[in-house]
Design a binder for this molecule. Structure first.
Ligand code: ADP
Ligand code: MG
Length: 601
């Protein structure tokens, strides 16, 4: 051997190793296994799909997906677990069509490469299989193939997931998080296939059964409950480029995250920021910023236009003629809402007409001015005796000691001069600086300091006379279960009350008397839908949410005395300058700044 030849530093992976690496792209976690297996069941024409998950209370140990689809004969059952085995591409001419639906013949092989798979199947075809077949594979190797008694259809059991890829195993999150992901995947599949009956069982307990009745609404009812299902607005639009059908929510059911926007293209769940934006765009000014509607939409697009192989999990797709299709989606949403008379009527009709004609929409519609308020300012509300009492009560709750009791505050003394727009307190410092204080942000800060300041003490909570009932989807319920101990630390007593239903028995005292159940439901809804990774982040989110809900709102007229109390409380906080979300609580105009504004210098 010459010196130039040397010893190679590049090494060819053996096929099983290569397969393990490839598997990593498709099989990230238990939820992706379920998604691939269920999609195969749907491809096989199943009318019923059951997902059974077993856990050892620390992680998912077993996943079984059973269907009543076409099943396989022995030859196919053996092939199904091998790389690049697919029945969905017969000839090269099929390739374009089938690839676009996402068949690549690698899901089962990828799963089998990193786990133990037991496949039991019997084909349904007339005169087909007298008996079933059982195939056992581990680490990508087929260990056994034998006869097995089985009903027509297929059952795939996956155990010891990632047993031979410890690095990947380490990336798994807590059991509750994995179960929540799993439930989310099943919810999306169930909603995009309403004619199929889905059943989801965890450790023998049924979490979801969509077999109440046919149709998307029934599937929605099973997953999200009656309130959502009962208030949806139908969307239907047939356009040469795309046929859109499904449901969207009225703005009142809007949600803090896009988790309830489920879109499928040709029956396959997809995730697309552009589609999400188009849907939100259809709502125009009806949706508060940072909120999302509930929407379940299926788009039928010529498969030749859809490229699902952009990403191995097929959740991200590329669509030809995307911009036009997005415009049609926005118009479908807008049109459905306009028909429901939820939009201010002038904008509704004009908007829809403009969209059809391809005219850019005019600036956002501002609601008609309230004639009761001179000058039409819609900001200041509620100076009624009841309103004043509520504000008093909220401020009393925060009269308790906070952070820097006794210490000198870094905020100067503030003399209240008045209130602007029911939102900003106008004040003066001893040095004659002018200070504007955002009353909501200020009170949020006070509450937040109070909530987080008493880590040692027991949370002060108050029992509700009438417990508040929460109906959650399986995914949300899983999150709530995980958060329950953290919520308890802050004074919430949440008990499980039947499947995916919870009772809130007590809430933090700082929230004062809750005005209504919706307030509590909203608050917990915000917390559940927040994106948090660690318990510390969850605690932070809970504290912020409590502070936000309990704080005096903007647009509430306050008495001078109430303004003074709030400023005194703010001065005692540890970090009075911003609210917990980082917005400023106050802005000051120094004497010199005022002079400069008036060109006195
Ligand atoms: P793909 O779905 O991309 O073809 P998979 O690895 O997911 O690849 O599946 C390989 C093949 O195994 C499929 O093409 C199908 O013929 C067969 N198969 C897998 N799951 C099922 C099932 N539940 N019922 C019937 N056939 C199945
Ligand atoms: Mg497949």
């Amino acid at each position: 051997m010459t010196a130039e030849e040397g010893t190679p530093t590049i090494r060819l992976l053996d096929p099983s190793e290569a397969m393990k690496i490839a598997a990593g792209e498709v099989v990230e976690r238990p939820a992706s296994v379920v998604k691939e297996l269920v999609e195969n069941s749907l491809d096989a024409g199943a009318a019923r799909v059951q997902v059974e998950v077993g856990t050892d209370r620390r992680q998912v140990t077993r996943i079984t997906v059973t269907d009543d689809g076409s099943g396989m004969n022995r030859a196919d059952a053996r092939l199904a677990l091998l790389p690049h085995a697919t029945s969905k591409i017969r000839a090269l001419s099929d390739l374009e069509q089938t690839l676009s639906l996402g068949f690549r013949g690698e899901a089962l092989a990828s799963i089998a490469a990193v786990s133990q798979v037991t496949l039991v199947t019997r084909c349904r075809a007339a005169g087909g299989c007298a008996t079933g077949t059982r195939v056992l594979a581990r680490g990508g190797e087929i260990l056994e193939v034998e006869d097995a008694g089985a009903p027509p259809g297929t059952s795939v059991t996956v155990e010891d997931l990632f047993y031979n890829t410890p690095a990947r195993q380490k990336f798994l999150k807590s059991l509750q998080t994995e179960l929540a992901q799993l439930a989310g995947a099943i919810e999306a599949l169930a909603i995009s296939h309403p004619s199929v009956a889905f059943r989801f069982v965890v450790d023998g307990r049924e979490r979801l059964d969509t077999h109440r009745g046919p149709g998307l609404l029934e599937a929605v009812r099973a997953v999200y409950g009656d309130e959502v299902a009962g208030n949806l607005i139908r969307v239907f639009l047939a356009h040469p480029l795309v046929a859109i059908s499904g449901f969207i929510s009225p703005p009142s059911l809007s949600w803090k995250t896009p988790s309830r926007v489920l879109v499928s293209i040709n029956g396959r769940p997809v995730f697309s920021r552009q589609i999400l934006r188009a849907i939100r765009g259809g709502y125009g000014t009806l949706l508060p910023s940072h909120t999302f509607p509930v929407a379940f939409l299926d788009l039928r697009i010529n498969p030749a236009r859809v490229d699902v192989n952009v990403h191995p999990t097929k959740r991200v797709v590329r669509v030809g003629g995307e911009q036009e299709i997005l415009a049609v989606i926005g118009e479908a949403v807008r049109g459905s809402l306009a028909g429901k008379d939820l939009m201010p009527s002038v904008a509704g009709k004009e908007g829809a007409r403009a969209a059809r004609a391809g005219i850019p929409l005019p600036a956002p519609v501002i609601p008609a001015p309230d004639p009761a308020i001179p000058g039409g300012s819609p900001v200041a509300r509620e100076s009624s005796p009841a309103g004043a009492r509520l504000t008093d009560m909220r401020l009393r709750q925060t009269e308790l000691p906070t952070g820097v009791e006794g210490e000198e505050s870094r905020v100067p003394e503030l003399e209240v001069l008045g209130q602007v727009a029911g939102t900003y307190i106008l004040a003066r410092t001893p040095a004659d600086d002018l200070v504007l204080v955002d009353q909501h942000a200020a009170h949020e800060r006070v509450l937040y300091d109070q909530v987080t300041g008493r880590r040692d003490a027991r949370p002060v909570s108050q029992e509700l006379l009438v417990p508040v009932l929460l109906r959650e989807s399986p995914r949300e319920a899983a999150v709530l279960r995980e958060l329950a101990p953290l919520l308890a630390e802050r004074g919430f007593l949440v008990e499980e009350f039947g499947r995916d239903t919870f009772l809130v028995r007590a809430i933090p005292s700082v929230l004062g008397r809750p005005e209504d159940a919706t307030g509590v439901q909203d608050l917990l809804g915000d917390i559940i839908s927040g994106e948090v990774e660690t318990p510390a982040e969850a605690r932070e989110l809970i504290s912020r949410s409590i502070a936000c809900k309990g704080a005096v709102k903007a647009g509430i007229v306050m008495t001078r005395e109430q303004c003074e109390r709030l400023l005194a409380q703010l001065r005692r906080t540890k970090s009075p300058w911003t609210c917990p979300h980082g917005r400023p609580t106050m802005v000051s105009f120094s004497r010199t700044a005022l002079d400069a504004l008036f060109k006195r210098m």
